[in-house]
Design a protein around this ligand. Sequence first.
Ligand code: FAD
Length: 391
Amino acid sequence: MQLTFDADVEAFRAEFVAFLDRHLPDEDEGFERPRSCSHVPEWARRWQRLLFDNGWLLPGNPPEFGGRNASLLQQYVHLEELSRRRIYPSFNPQGIGIIAASLLTFGTPEQKLRWAIPILRAEITASLGMSEPGAGSDLASLKTRALLQGDHFVVNGQKVWTSGAHDADVVLTFVRTDPKAPKHKGISVLLIPTDTPGVVRRPFASVCGYDDVDFNEVFFTDVHVPAENLVGKLNEGWRVANGSLGHERTMLWTDYANLLQQLTVDFSPSGALERDRYATLVMDAQALRLLGSSALARAARGEEDVPAQSVLKLLGSEALQRGAEDTLNAAGANGLVHPAITSSFAPLNLDSHYGSRFDRYARSFAATIAGGTSEIQRNIIAERILGLPRN
Ligand SMILES: Cc1cc2nc3c(=O)[nH]c(=O)nc-3n(C[C@H](O)[C@H](O)[C@H](O)COP(=O)(O)OP(=O)(O)OC[C@H]3O[C@@H](n4cnc5c(N)ncnc54)[C@H](O)[C@@H]3O)c2cc1C
């Protein structure tokens, strides 16, 4: 089966490919590496700004927010070209994909100017403060308190797993503003600059990730936050949360599909068992691409399709984990070797920063946790697609 796009979508792709060919940084030495997902070295800031200024950062946005009002299918081919090359448009992915996107949907005109545009233009970086020690999958149990006192909130509490917070300028922080309301109804969202007195960030290491550290605990003690930093309406933070997570899951499958494709290239099966696993990997990659394409077609027709995102996330992330393990096993001791990346866009390619098969295997575990665990995706599928009762 050959899936094709209309001529206008292919013309859009050709224009973007020509832009990439013309502008990709071509040196592969002397570039400072990002040390976390909120640390954006100067060369990467220039790259992100170039994309913003030319309408190629988030093409679905209007020009003033780094886009060119592209259609959904045009946005898809833009993503396809980026992930095919493993090129990152931004080294602060949460900043542009979740925080700026949430501000564009829920923020005031002033917040868009003061925060969203600087994040999109890589003038500042942002991280996401949702999870707490007792509130991960069940985010609505969050306990960090914010008390409105006149023209400011006073925030007390703790976040955890806050990726890149130690390098970020601001944290989009989910707080409880009405402790008496049902748990989904008393949540609000605040932009908290990380240099505000009372904010303490404690980074900690994990087995996967950057050369340095990425995760943080973030503590808030009597932190004063101007009331104008409230994003969306007071006590209506759950709407923002759903919007933010929606942004996180949208089209994640494109990245998984390309990663799976790369794993198939990297897999040299020898025995019968390995050939069987290789075949599974190829079929998973193909199934994900076809399911993703059909979900994309439905979305292009304007049909809301949250359950399909869950199916794609579950299938993609679990196939990725299996594939990363199988290619590691097939490689034996070579799995520890860091392959040289020789492409002309090496500085933009995160694989060039930590790309051994073992590193890839270790990182693959994050896929089934971040953005909603596999069990949570299964719950959504059971309830919203299969119509099974909640337990
Ligand atoms: C790489 C990575 C980056 C992250 N970055 C951020 C970030 O920047 N900001 C942020 O706020 N958070 C971040 N997180 C945290 C992430 O959102 C949480 O880890 C995730 O929501 C799960 O929450 P938890 O770790 O508290 O696990 P829990 O919710 O405690 O879950 C533990 C286990 O119980 C299962 N479980 C829980 N509830 C149910 C249920 N109802 N039914 C069936 N099984 C269930 C889960 O699937 C899981 O296996 C990140 C996580 C990772 C891995």
